[in-house]
Design a protein. Structure first.
Length: 251
C-alpha cells in the first residue's frame, strides 16, 4: 500500500515548502490510472490540479523572464518561456524532486514504467505546483519554482539554442503544402548596440506570422514559432549536441 503520509512529508521537505493542508499535496499525487482501478471510491485524480498548475507555471515563468531579460522583445520571451515549460524541462524538475516514486499509479501504469515517463512526470509536477498555489498562493508557488527557473537560466540559453523552430516549420510546410516557408525582413530599428528586427514568414496558403528579435536569425525563429502555433504544431525543443554556437548578431 502506498504510504501517502510519508510521501507528503518527503516531498514537502524536498520542495522546501510546508503545507498547511497536506491533503492538497496528497491529491496532486493521484494519477487517473490509480482512480480507474478503484471504482466506487470517492477518489479524484490530479487532473484539475494539473490544469491549475499549468497556468501558475506560465505566470511565474513569464514574470521571471520579464525581470531577468529586460532587453528581450516579446518574440524572444515567448520562445524562452515555451522552452522553460516544455515537457522535458518539467520532467527533469520532477526527477530532481524525486517525484516519480511518490506518484499513486495504477498497477499497469506502474509496471509500464510510468514513474519515469516524461509526460506523466511533467503533468505530476504541474499538479504539485497547483497544490502549492492553492495552499499558499502565488508567493508560495514562486518560492518553489524560482530556484528551478533561475538555475535553468544560469546555465545559459538563447532562442537559437533552445529550439530550432525554423527547421520544424520547414518540415511541416513541406509535408502539408509541398512548399517551404518564405521569410521577409519588414522592419529594422533601434541603436547599433541593441537592434530590433521584425521578420514576417509565410508558411503555406494561409499562415502569415511575425517575430521580433535582436538579430535577423532570432526574429526568424520567433516568427517560425508563431507560425507553428497558428498551425497547431507541437515543437520538439531539441537542443543541439554542440553547445558552442556562433554569434548570431547581425553586422
Amino acid at each position: 500500500m502506498h504510504d501517502t503520509s510519508s510521501a507528503v512529508h518527503t516531498l514537502s521537505r524536498t520542495l522546501g515548502y510546508s503545507f498547511r493542508d497536506a491533503s492538497l499535496l496528497q491529491s496532486a499525487l493521484v494519477h487517473t490510472s490509480y482512480v480507474n482501478e478503484r471504482p466506487g471510491r470517492e477518489l479524484e485524480s490530479n487532473e484539475r490540479l494539473e490544469f491549475l498548475g499549468d497556468a501558475v507555471l506560465g505566470v511565474v515563468v513569464a514574470h521571471r523572464l520579464y525581470e531577468l531579460r529586460p532587453e528581450s522583445p516579446e518574440g524572444e520571451l515567448t520562445v524562452l518561456r515555451a522552452w522553460l515549460v516544455r515537457q522535458s524541462t518539467l520532467a527533469r524538475w520532477a526527477r530532481q524532486l524525486d517525484l516519480g516514486p511518490h506518484l499513486m499509479l495504477g498497477r499497469g501504469e506502474a509496471r509500464g514504467g510510468g514513474r519515469d515517463r516524461p509526460a506523466l512526470l511533467s503533468r505530476g509536477f504541474e499538479s504539485v505546483i497547483g497544490a502549492v498555489y492553492l495552499d499558499g498562493g502565488l508567493d508560495a508557488a514562486r518560492s518553489v519554482l524560482l530556484p528551478l527557473v533561475d538555475n535553468e537560466v544560469q546555465i545559459g540559453f538563447s532562442p537559437q539554442r533552445v529550439v530550432d523552430a525554423k527547421s520544424r516549420l520547414q518540415q511541416v510546410t513541406q509535408a502539408r503544402f509541398e512548399s517551404t516557408p518564405v521569410y521577409n525582413l519588414v522592419d529594422h530599428s533601434g541603436p547599433g548596440h541593441a537592434p530590433v528586427f521584425v521578420v514576417e514568414v509565410r508558411a503555406g496558403p494561409e499562415v502569415n506570422a511575425r517575430g521580433i528579435g535582436h538579430s535577423k536569425r532570432a526574429a526568424q525563429q520567433a516568427a517560425a514559432h508563431a507560425a507553428l502555433q497558428q498551425l497547431n504544431v507541437q515543437e520538439s525543443y531539441e537542443e543541439p549536441e554542440d553547445s558552442t554556437l556562433e554569434d548570431d548578431r547581425d553586422d
